[in-house]
Write a new protein. Structure first.
Length: 418
């Protein structure tokens, strides 16, 4: 009898798990759903039953409150304009960690350099800046709910701004003011406009792409040898980076199903597309011991980049990748380089050495395809942020490097290590 009772309980439990299906919601939906409750919860979760009844769970530290809505009630509530945008998740600690990182690595030396402070005074400012800067943000945000998008966006904005400031003004004096400005602008936009970490990652993608775009386009138009002022990529590329980055951010505001992993994958397909034809040409040049005109390299790279970019955007509309899966796909070039290099070392064959670029390319494409097939899932709704709890470092420069002799071609290929 007891076994029968336990079996019945198990069947009922399994059945109950199958009845309720979790519904993904965005920040606007959360802002509307919290109006059902008197107090602001720590989190809101939405489930739908087999008979289409919506279960709204408001989670508090010591209790859970539940509301039930019919499909019509749920649609009507979400169709309303929320009285104000609510940030339920509180990424204040990650935000403070990001600001502390900037205070230690960028602003501790950037502030004295910007204001021309030297000697002992510069050392003192450098030592006290991290504590003062972090403490200030700690006090200013003590009553704030900070969204994941604002936290991640301000972190990336600080790094992007440091590069933009140094390159735009061709001086270290530009690092601090531009970094701090982009840091605060991206934080404000994240808080006010509901930008997610994925949208900020896409902005970062375009900030990096822009230097490659300027380099490749100018090489295509005037040729590398006729490019008189090669230093202008610093300023012109930076201006393009600012324009592309923020344009991409605002154009992504309705990309509700874009995940952090999706944005990383888009970056990957753009880079992978840019290297396909140049690596094939590099292999061809190594075997014939001659060089193809750099304009052909630039044109073929831009063509592949465009196709890879479009393919990445199409796939991320239909499928989702988690943040961890997106990072895993970025590890694959290392694996491909290791396997290709190991094959060359094992055989010590001159023909394989000259074919190294295309061997690496074949492995990279195959690994990326297999990993994406294994990790991607069909998009089923609006995705929320899923930034992993660890930092990553990605080389933003994807330039096509081509030297004056065939001995430099492998270095051109190695520039795509990430």
């Amino acid at each position: 009898m007891k076994r029968l009772l336990l079996l019945m309980i198990l069947v009922i439990t399994v059945s109950a798990q199958e009845v309720f299906k979790k519904v993904k919601i965005d920040r606007k939906s959360e802002s509307n759903l919290v109006t059902l409750f008197e107090k602001l919860p720590q989190n809101i979760e939405v489930f739908i039953t087999s008979d289409s009844i919506y279960i709204i769970e408001a989670i508090y530290p010591d209790q859970k409150l539940i509301k039930r809505l019919t499909p019509a009630e749920y649609r009507d509530l979400l169709a309303k304009k929320p009285p104000k945008m609510i940030t339920l998740e509180n990424a204040r600690v990650p935000y403070l960690i990001g600001q502390t990182f900037h205070g230690i690595t960028l602003y501790s030396w950037g502030i004295p350099v910007t204001f021309g402070i030297e000697d002992k005074s510069a050392v003192l400012i450098g030592l006290f800046t991290p504590l003062v800067y972090t403490s200030t943000h700690f006090l200013l945000t003590r009553d704030s709910h900070i969204s994941n998008g604002a936290a991640y966006g301000s972190f990336l904005g600080g790094m992007e701004g440091a590069a933009h400031g140094g390159l735009l003004f061709k001086s270290e004096k530009g690092v601090f003011p531009v970094s701090f400005a982009e840091n605060m602008v991206d934080y404000t936009l994240g808080q006010m406009m509901n930008f997610t970490p994925a949208m900020y990652q896409r902005k970062f993608n375009h900030c990096a792409y822009s230097y490659y775009h300027y380099f490749a386009l100018k090489t295509l138009i005037v040729g590398w040898d006729e490019w008189d002022d090669k230093e202008d990529i610093k300023q012109m590329g930076t201006l393009l980076s600012l324009g592309e980055g923020y344009s991409s951010l605002f154009l992504s505001k309705n990309s509700e199903n874009l995940t952090f992993g999706d944005a990383l994958f888009e970056f990957r397909t753009g880079v992978l597309g840019a290297e396909v034809l140049p690596l094939i040409l590099a292999t061809y040049d190594l075997h014939r011991e001659e060089q193809t005109d750099e304009r052909i390299y630039a044109a073929s790279s831009l063509l592949g980049h465009g196709l890879g970019y479009v393919l990445g955007r199409k796939l991320t509309r239909d499928y989702d990748l988690s943040g961890a899966s997106g990072i895993m796909i970025w590890i694959l070039p290392y694996l491909a380089h290791g396997a290709a290099g190991g094959l060359v070392v094992l055989t010590e064959n001159e023909g394989l050495i000259k074919s190294y670029p295309v061997i690496y390319l074949s492995m990279d494409i195959a690994l990326t395809y297999l990993a994406y097939k294994a990790f991607a899932q069909k998009t089923i709704g609006i995705g929320k942020s899923d930034v992993p709890n660890f930092n990553m470092a990605i080389n933003p420069m994807c330039f096509i490097l081509k030297g004056k002799s065939t001995s430099k071609v492998p270095f051109f290929m190695m520039s795509y290590n990430f």
